[in-house]
Design a protein around this ligand. Structure first.
Ligand SMILES: [Zn+2]
Length: 172
């Protein structure tokens, strides 16, 4: 089953278009690496993409993705239920110089305008980016979160950060 969906990014914005649909998890091949065992073979995510101009009149694509997935906890490797509720706005840069300008501003995510933007590929990128900080059980729910392990963590955190700096300085 083909799930590709391609748009002309600037045209999409100028015409204020909106598109929504469902993506089978099984179609997101790169995401599979993050999912718990075979939970990626069933289920769907809903998405919406809209073209609009932001407050400064710049072309933007806004993306929304919702759904439930099961991740693999990075600490205990157990199953971790994760509710995706992703909303992001991407500035559409018209050329390389606009893109590098936008990249200097950390509050802005930008993509280069193209006439054949693969929307599902872009959505998969955004999902994967959003997962890096959330793929662990919260404290107290993780299998590996035993008191001994916590003591070790605390000891490590107490290490003087300046000791490392002093070590570097001695090398000069
Ligand atoms: Zn865990």
């Amino acid at each position: 089953m083909s799930v590709r969906f391609v748009i002309d990014s600037l045209d999409f914005v100028y015409n204020a278009r909106t598109h929504h649909g469902k993506i089978p998890l099984a179609g997101l091949l790169r995401l599979q690496d993050f999912l718990f065992e075979d939970t990626g073979s069933t289920g769907t995510l809903s998405y919406q993409i809209s073209g609009k101009h932001d407050a400064r009149g710049k072309p933007n694509l806004t993306i929304r993705v919702e759904g439930e997935i099961y991740l693999c906890c990075q600490r205990c490797l157990g199953r971790l239920r994760h509710t995706l509720d992703l909303r992001t706005a991407l500035l559409v840069a018209k050329n390389e110089s606009e893109l590098s300008q936008a990249d200097k501003d950390e509050s802005v995510d930008a993509i280069l305008a193209t006439s054949d933007l693969d929307v599902l590929n872009l959505i998969e990128d955004e999902i994967i980016l959003s997962l890096s900080i959330s793929s662990r059980h919260p404290e107290g729910e993780c299998e590996i979160n035993k008191p001994e392990a916590q003591e070790n963590n605390t000891a490590a955190n107490k290490e003087n950060p300046f000791a490392a700096l002093a070590a570097i300085k001695k090398m000069h």
